[in-house]
Design a protein. Structure first.
Length: 88
């Protein structure tokens, strides 16, 4: 029996992530893999030392947020992979 492979886009501007929860429900029933993808970008980077610093800090903050979102979802039937990129 093949496992489900689900691609979910995380919206970093929202607290609630209905697509992620729906993917979890589906994967939990059938067993599966969730790939959680999030693209993050900040237009105003004036408060950072450099563009590189902004990119690093914004990505790190978002990775931590995605980690918190997926942490309760992982179990013996579901694997979750995350991907966070800096792109507008």
């Amino acid at each position: 029996m093949s496992r489900l492979n689900l691609f979910v886009i995380i919206d970093p501007t929202r607290e609630e992530q209905p697509a992620l929860l729906r993917a979890f429900d589906l994967a939990n029933i059938a067993g599966g893999h969730i790939h959680a993808f999030c693209a993050v970008y900040e237009e105003d980077i004036s408060r950072y030392e450099s563009r590189r610093d902004a990119k690093y800090k914004v990505r790190r903050r978002t990775i931590n947020k995605v980690d918190e979102l997926i942490k309760p979802l992982v179990n013996d039937r579901i694997t979750v992979e995350k991907e966070v990129i800096w792109n507008e």
